[in-house]
Design a protein around this ligand. Structure first.
Ligand SMILES: *[C@@H]1O[C@H](CO)[C@@H](O)[C@H](O)[C@H]1NC(C)=O
Ligand SMILES: *[C@@H]1O[C@H](CO)[C@@H](O)[C@H](O)[C@H]1NC(C)=O
Ligand SMILES: *[C@@H]1O[C@H](CO)[C@@H](O)[C@H](O)[C@H]1NC(C)=O
Length: 477
């Protein structure tokens, strides 16, 4: 072997080693790299395939428009930040980040660099209003979005729907937006809603096509999972979900300081709208001028372990018969510091509705209709005008006092095993969101084992690969 080739091989080995080391410890595993200055990211042009990792390199971008990004079921296209945080900001466009052209099966995540909780900071501060932080639209479907900070948007922080199109392709009988998961976002200082998910145009949306006004019915959503988000300082509602006809969950969100825009009917903490059949649980919703939760002509929905405080009406549910016989169930919620009503039902079709095991503390009418109204099922609620001594630990800490009358006052309900602390409830459970810590049912299974063994598996893999490389190097030299 000549000296020259020996040197080449040696250099080659070190390059390989470096590649290997960076691959394990720092490389983002990118199949495509998007650099500062990019604007359109077209999946077809770039040859993005299912399973590909698209890295948005850290730096500043004016806006990002993702087009035709298509993975497949169980093999999405992953789009993530790499090498630090990505800032997407402008104050003249109607958006900062857009997914369009029927993008599907993608995962847009800000988890690309472990030193940042939110790998993307997204601002759409258009003067004069009307800009979205993140817009998932134009027949986009089947996606997961997480770990973004979105703020100072001239309209909604995040919008997830496709408005009707003149070709009819987004109509109710043509398109369904499926299986979306939106989690771990921090959204604040929006002029419109924090989240705008699905349509509100129940009676059809008017659009102008070739100069003629037409009415189109917006699409449904099947599979909506919105959780672990923090939404605050919104001009309009904290979050609204509409047309989410099946498999909808809204849980573990913290929503506060909503509705500062002062626009009537746009100041709710959380709105569950037309047709939506949702499970809404373990949310903390505080500080707003209207309702903590408003339910408007939704489908069969359940609301439990929600803590609601400092609003005008805790929960307002208007049936309107849009989904005949739909029952609304309210269990284990704690509602305090409201101005006019705690939990108020409206309309004549509440035969299947239930209010059980709630704590409601506030003036005048805690439950409306009153208990004498036989249309709905009411039991095991604790209703007070002012909280008796020891009901809660304190005015600011709504955990239960040691002698709280709420301990054991609830009614066990199939499917609701935990409280707002994610602790197992005993039987009988407490009323309201929290169990007293002495009443938690403690399991002693040890989940940590799995994590430890998967770590050591990875270590073994790294060790084996390193030894292999060393062996190759020795043979070559
Ligand atoms: C957004 O615009 C407003 C008004 O022009 C300005 O006061 C604010 O500083 C801007 N915020 C950001 C984060 O760009
Ligand atoms: C709930 O959401 C918070 C973020 O607001 C997160 O830190 C926490 O891990 C989530 N809890 C669960 C049980 O997912
Ligand atoms: C209820 O209102 C009182 C008085 O304004 C306040 O001190 C307390 O923090 C509020 N409770 C909650 C849970 O926000």
């Amino acid at each position: 072997m000549s000296h020259f080739s020996k040197a080449t091989i040696t250099i080659g080995f070190f390059l390989l080693l470096q590649l290997f080391v960076s691959g394990v410890f720092s490389d983002c595993g990118c199949d495509h790299t998007i650099e500062e200055g990019a604007f359109f990211i077209n999946g077809e042009e770039l040859g993005i395939k299912p399973g590909d990792v698209v890295c948005i390199m850290s730096g500043s971008y004016r806006a990002l428009r993702f087009r035709a990004i298509n993975g497949v079921q169980n093999n999405p296209v992953v789009i993530k930040n790499c090498g630090g945080q990505v800032l997407v900001s402008n104050d003249e466009l109607g958006y900062a980040v857009v997914f369009e052209w029927s993008s599907s099966f993608f995962h847009f995540t800000g988890t690309g660099d472990s030193s940042f909780e939110y790998g993307f900071e997204i601002i759409a501060n258009k003067t004069g209003g009307g800009a979205m932080g993140v817009s998932l639209t134009d027949l986009s479907t089947n996606y997961e979005v997480d770990h973004l900070e979105i703020h100072h948007t001239a309209f909604a922080g995040l919008m997830a729907k496709t408005d009707p199109k003149c070709d009819g392709s987004a109509d109710q009988d043509k398109f369904v937006q499926r299986d979306i998961e939106i989690h771990h976002l921090y959204v604040h200082h929006t002029e419109g809603e924090g989240f705008y998910i699905g349509s509100t145009q129940t009676n059809g949306q008017k659009i102008t096509c070739d100069g003629v006004e037409e009415v189109h019915y917006p699409h449904f959503l099947e599979g909506v999972n919105v959780h672990s988000n923090i939404l605050s300082h919104t001009g309009w509602d904290g979050a609204q979900v509409g047309f989410a006809k099946s498999d909808c969950k809204v849980w573990n969100n913290t929503i506060f300081d909503v509705g500062s825009g002062g626009v009537k009917y746009q100041q709710q903490g959380l709105q569950i709208g037309s047709y939506s059949a949702c499970e809404v649980y373990n949310n903390v919703i505080t500080d707003g001028p209207a309702c903590g939760i408003i339910v408007i002509e939704s489908g069969e929905s359940t609301f439990y372990n929600n803590l609601i405080a400092n609003v005008d009406i805790g929960v307002f549910a208007d049936h309107r018969g849009r989904v005949p016989n739909a029952g609304y169930g309210f269990f284990f919620n704690t509602i305090v510091n409201y101005t006019t009503h705690g939990l108020r039902l409206w309309g004549d079709e509440h035969t299947n509705s239930k209010a059980i095991s709630n704590i409601i503390v506030g003036p005048e009418i805690q439950l409306y209709p009153e208990e004498s109204n036989e249309q709905w099922t009411i039991s095991n609620n604790l209703l007070y005008e002012t909280a008796p001594e020891g009901l809660f630990v304190s005015e600011n800490d709504l955990m239960l006092g040691d002698d709280s009358p709420a301990r054991g006052a609830g009614l066990r309900r199939q499917g609701i095993e935990i409280d707002l602390n994610w602790e197992k409830r005993p039987n009988p459970p407490a009323a309201g969101v929290y169990e007293h810590p002495d009443d938690w049912i403690v399991d002693d299974d040890d989940d940590d084992d799995d994590i430890v063994s998967s770590h050591s598996r990875l270590d073994v893999q790294i060790l084996t690969s390193s030894l292999l490389l060393l062996l190759i190097a020795i043979i070559m030299l």
